[in-house]
Design a protein. Structure first.
Length: 406
């Protein structure tokens, strides 16, 4: 047995390995896993990976010390940008066109770092905490299966279902009271913050707390008054390189857009995600930077690419996104789609400017290199009519056909 699927599997596992690596966020599920591993006579290292929405080192250290486990924090932000975010912008990676995919993008990066740490520490197992109502289960397992890790892996929550209330009660008895007021499950990175479960369980009757939103909360303090509530994004061969005409790294640009575009309540999403057997679960997201960059890219590529190329590119984007959502990173299909998308991205150069209003991002100008759009429609009409009129009736194709028929 290599796959961990239940709490009973942990009992078997601890008799076969000396060192376990757990994926640790400081959340309810990953903390309860440390509770399950306590006192089993095996060394445990908790790995937290900073994906760009901040790491609460004091909380992580407090929990790790509580259980006497080692804590390692790895910075995964740049890897995430290079591996996932650029591709997601170019692929217009939206789940069924509803919202930007996010956790799907982070899983291969998390697993990459986890496998590296597990090998360095000679860990015999990598354990995460996704359950059957979370798509991360197949995405994390799939990414590990595609790596060269040869140890045990998986989640004990796959076949052992424990309610949030039961976990909270158990942790409280252990002396950890931080989880008593947590009423949703969250996952966040520099690209998106998303929430599910708890008070969001039932789509027919759920409570959406305004306090969930950190980026997309109305906040005049961060609104771009000096820029007349406008923002400009410049792309060079498909890569965002300038913000308001100033060079900026993509990581800094994403942070700026989340803070300032989000202050207009732009970038909120609500929709369903599907599980293995196509059951649907409700999820809430905020992603102001993703909203801005994906929208800007779409306008710019539409301005420079032929319509038939855009139609084919939409199919490739859908294929790329579906493979990411299903955790099939690096599949033949995704690599082929990626090649097509990267090729078309070479033509996507220019600047898109937006006006920002409450809850709305509205394009007010576009300047594209190699643009296919008309800038003076009347002048074009006059010119094209003149050019196309320079033929005689004798050489007109239709007249020649009539002559041949006669």
């Amino acid at each position: 047995m290599k796959k961990i699927r239940s709490i009973d599997d942990i009992s078997i596992l601890t008799g076969q390995v000396d060192h376990i690596l757990t994926l640790f966020s400081g959340g309810l599920d990953s903390t309860y896993l440390l509770e399950l591993l306590q006192g089993r006579g095996v060394k445990v290292t908790a790995l937290a990976i900073d994906m760009g929405d901040g790491i609460d080192n004091s909380l992580l250290t407090h929990i790790a010390n509580h259980y006497g486990v080692d804590l390692i924090v790895v910075d995964g932000r740049q890897t995430f940008i290079e591996h996932s975010v650029i591709s997601a912008i170019q692929a217009q990676a939206m789940y069924l066109g509803d919202y930007p995919v996010s956790s799907s993008l982070s899983r291969p990066v998390i697993v990459k770092h986890a496998v590296e740490v597990a090998k360095r520490l000679n860990c015999g197992a990598i354990i995460h905490t996704a359950n059957q109502s979370q798509n991360s289960l197949r995405r994390l397992n799939g990414a590990i299966e595609r790596s060269d890790f040869e140890g045990f892996y998986g989640s004990p929550y796959e076949y052992s279902a424990i309610t949030r209330d039961e976990k909270i009660a158990s942790l409280s008895l252990s002396g950890l009271f931080e989880f008593q007021n947590r009423n949703v499950s969250g996952d966040s990175n520099l690209w998106c913050r998303e929430f599910e479960s708890g008070v969001l369980d039932n789509p027919e009757n759920f409570h959406l707390c305004e306090s969930l939103f950190h980026w997309s909360a109305w906040n005049p303090k961060y609104q771009l008054v000096d820029q007349n509530h406008q923002i400009a994004i410049t792309f060079q061969k498909g890569i965002p390189v300038k913000l308001n005409d100033q060079p900026m790294t993509l990581s800094n640009m994403v942070a700026f857009l989340n803070k300032h575009v989000g202050s207009y309540q732009i970038g909120r999403y609500i929709g369903f995600d599907h599980l293995d057997a196509d059951e649907k679960v409700l999820e809430i997201r905020e992603a102001p930077a993703a909203c801005t960059l994906i929208t800007a890219y779409r306008h710019l590529e539409t301005a420079v690419l032929e319509t038939n190329v855009l139609q084919m590119k939409a199919q490739q984007s859908l294929a790329w996104t579906n493979e990411a959502v299903e955790g099939r990173w690096g599949s033949t299909l995704q690599q082929a789609a990626q090649a097509f998308i990267e090729h078309t991205a070479q033509l996507v150069t220019g600047t898109v400017r937006f006006s920002l209003m409450q809850g709305q991002l509205f394009m007010n100008s576009i300047e594209a290199d190699q643009a296919r759009y008309l800038t003076d429609r009347d002048a074009w009409e006059v010119q094209i009519a003149f050019e196309r009129s320079q033929r005689s009736i004798a050489t007109d194709d239709y007249s020649l056909q009539l002559a041949e028929t006669a």
